[in-house]
Design a protein around this ligand. Structure first.
Ligand SMILES: [Zn+2]
Length: 280
């Protein structure tokens, strides 16, 4: 019997090119026309793929906003689903600045587009893979408030709990800010330890392990709403972004801080983790 084809390697250059294109739309805060253009850009890329849009109006501390989670579904032969997610919007409270979130939202949305390239038209000999571009991750005001953030993922997690999808999800990985040149991914303490162990094993196969889990921390991110409905999750996120976190949520979060190599390292590791999940 022929061995199942390995899932193709990720191109860091392609992911970087998509990052440039997303950044070129400008700040993509909720209600800004650029937000809508990025949605259209993602949907255009996903033509021919089974896509579900989860559109809703969300009440926030600064009023109601239209939000949209984009879910691309790649069917597999095994019963169960693996999800990889990234938020795509930028912070509403930074709307009067040039903040483009090159690392924070753009590069991970771009990496998902490159992962979609690798899955497109392929017969997956494993679990189904769903890629999620989620909306409304950022807190509405400068002071982080979990209740005034994570809107898209909270909406999706509740929907998936109600329709039975949550029970079918074997693992969900959130990607956040992993395009940074100095790639140093946290061991995140709300994440499932077994899934992080698997991610580390996957990274080690490529010799990437020095980029993973040198520091431990708890992060409030898009994985939390899914963990609350019982889905095994991992938040793949860096520690400080620049000295003393200088580029995080500042106009310093620009393309020059990123490296295609970082996107490729995380992309390959995620794909290998999926392959290892399929074999469990
Ligand atoms: Zn952010």
């Amino acid at each position: 019997m022929p061995k199942p084809e390995p899932i193709a390697k990720i191109s860091g250059d392609a992911a970087m090119q998509y990052t440039r294109q997303i950044v070129a739309f400008g700040p993509r805060w909720l209600d800004n026309p650029a937000h809508h253009r990025v949605e259209q850009y993602i949907l255009e890329h996903l033509k021919g793929i089974d896509v579900e849009q989860d559109k809703f109006t969300q009440q926030t501390s600064v009023g109601p906003f239209a939000m949209n989670n984009i879910v691309a579904k790649f069917p597999g032969t095994k019963d169960g689903i693996i999800v990889v997610a990234s938020h795509y919007e930028t912070n509403y409270w930074l709307r009067n600045t040039s903040f483009v979130g090159a690392d924070d939202g753009a590069c991970t949305s771009a990496l998902l587009l490159e992962i979609a390239n690798k899955l497109r038209g392929r017969k997956l000999e494993g679990y189904s893979i769903w890629l999620v571009w989620d909306d409304g991750e950022e807190s509405m005001k400068a002071q982080w408030n979990t209740q005034d953030a994570l809107f898209g993922t909270r909406h999706l997690a509740q929907k998936w709990q109600q329709d039975g999808t949550a029970k079918k999800i074997k693992a969900l990985m959130v990607l956040d800010m992993i395009g940074y040149k100095n790639l140093d991914i946290l061991r995140e303490e709300h994440s499932a330890a077994w899934l992080e162990d698997l991610i580390f094993q996957a990274a080690s196969k490529f010799g990437y392990q020095s980029h993973f889990f040198n520091e431990k921390a708890s992060v409030e991110d898009d994985h939390l709403p899914f963990a609350e409905v019982g889905i095994p999750v991992a938040d793949i996120i860096i520690g400080p972004y620049g000295y003393n976190d200088a580029f995080h949520h500042t106009t310093g979060d620009t393309l020059d801080k990123l490296s295609p190599r970082s996107l490729q390292i995380v992309g390959d590791t995620v794909m290998e983790t999926i392959a290892m999940l399929d074999q469990r």
